[in-house]
Design a binder for this molecule. Structure first.
Ligand SMILES: Cc1ncc(COP(=O)(O)O)c(C=O)c1O
Length: 407
């Protein structure tokens, strides 16, 4: 199977990015190492935890023309099928701990108490709520079920039925909201205030920073695993990461910077054209709102409002921001499912391929590849952030079921 032609719709070289610089204090203040360590230690003690696979796709690297290509495959994460399992559920654990701590001034409640359901009678009266286009809600619902609290999930009208059912399978109640993702965020926020529910959002905004900070700390487990799984002498030269609100990209950026310091890889954020809030923010030098008119097939990336925490990391940390259309989604999902030149087949969902698409598109554009120092010596890390999170959509796009490919 030959590589699809991928046009990078827009590309912006970020003049504010720090190059060859140790991780600046401003980034460590957003996401500090101790917070990330706590998240990684806590999540790795949850039952069922195993690191996901880091594939070395040598066949595909050869086709693309880079020296090495590593693909962190989140399709098997905790049986939920995406990296989001690491963020929302972990933040639920924190919210429950803090809520009980405030309710019982004489008792010190630990994260472990929540994990072992030590205060089950109290926890069952707490409700967590979030808006979602699928994966974050699944994580929050799963966390709520795991720790024993109630859960409300708000979904906009374009989220697929399959994604609704996946959330309901964890016992959460789903509320449908007319409009787009950002409308569902506003509705969830209003209803939470009216009902005394606890919002567990993956995006941050003025006045709401601490919970998304824990969500992002949870995500760093994925990057840390990947860095630990790379061959000992390998530091990636380039990392391509897909952007929704930027929480994920920010977490990946901070974790890379903590580990590699002034050898921080060239970080590129890739978004769908109709939801390019990070790209627009980078061009403007300050957070921008994008009104989403068309929904991208990459549902997890269809977000028009930048996470402030993500932005504070990406503004100095990402060297390029680019956008792609939906055209490469199905061809790349099919190509990964088939495996290129002896590479193992990979189950990659619609939002999983954006980083890889950015790499291929950049390599097919000579001047962009040159500007990015991408060549046959580059060692590239990408994140396959989801598997078949909606099996019906997956099968329609790939032509084979995810189960068959995984088998
Ligand atoms: C599979 C997948 N990849 C990437 C992202 C982007 O994450 P963020 O919104 O934190 O930028 C999402 C968000 O939901 C997602 O579901």
């Amino acid at each position: 199977m030959s590589l699809p032609e991928i046009a990078i719709s827009q590309s912006h070289q970020n003049a504010a990015a720090l190059v060859d610089s140790a991780c600046p204090e401003s980034v460590s203040e957003v996401l500090d190492v101790a917070r990330c360590d706590l998240a990684r230690n806590t999540i790795s003690q949850w039952s069922g935890y195993t690191p996901t696979t880091l594939h070395s796709l040598t066949g595909l690297a050869g086709e693309i023309g880079v020296g090495a290509l590593y693909y962190k495959d989140e399709s098997t994460r905790f049986g939920l099928g995406s990296f989001k399992a690491l963020g929302g559920a972990y933040a639920v654990q924190h919210v429950l701990r803090q809520t009980l701590d405030a309710d019982m001034p004489d008792t010190e409640v630990s994260l472990e108490d929540i994990n072992t359901q030590h205060f089950a009678d109290r926890v069952k009266n707490i409700t967590v709520v979030t808006a979602t286009d699928g994966n974050h809600g699944r994580s929050v619902a799963w966390g709520a079920q795991r720790f024993g609290c109630e859960c409300m999930i708000y979904m906009h009208e374009n989220v697929s039925q399959g994604r609704q059912e996946a959330v309901e399978a964890f016992g959460a109640k789903v509320v449908r909201v007319p409009g787009n993702y950002d409308d569902s965020v506003r509705q969830a926020d209003q209803d939470a205030k009216a009902n005394g529910w606890h919002i567990v959002s993956d995006t941050s905004y003025p006045g709401y920073m601490e919970i998304p900070r824990d969500v992002m700390a949870g995500y760093t487990l994925m990057t840390t695993e990947a860095m630990d799984q790379l061959p000992e002498d390998v530091i990636p030269t380039h990392v391509f990461i897909q952007g929704g609100c930027g929480g994920l990209a920010g977490a990946v950026g901070a974790d890379l910077w903590h580990r590699y310091g002034d050898r921080m890889p060239h970080l590129t954020v890739v978004e769908p054209v109709p939801a390019a809030c990070l790209y627009e923010s980078a061009r403007a030098g300050t957070p921008q709102l994008v009104n989403i008119v068309d929904e991208s097939l990459m549902a997890g990336l269809s977000c028009g409002e930048v996470s402030l925490l993500g932005w504070q990391i990406l503004h100095p940390g990402a060297r390029h921001f680019m956008t792609i259309s939906d055209a490469p989604v199905a061809p790349l999902m099919q190509m990964l499912a088939a495996g290129v030149s002896g590479d193992s087949p990979v189950v990659a969902g619609e939002s999983a391929i954006a980083g890889l698409a950015g790499l291929i598109g950049a390599m097919q554009n000579e001047s962009l590849a040159q500007q990015m120092n991408l060549d046959a010596k580059s060692r590239v890390l990408v994140f396959g952030t989801e598997g078949a999170t909606d099996p019906e959509v997956f099968e329609a796009l790939v032509g084979t079921s995810a189960d068959k490919i995984a088998a």
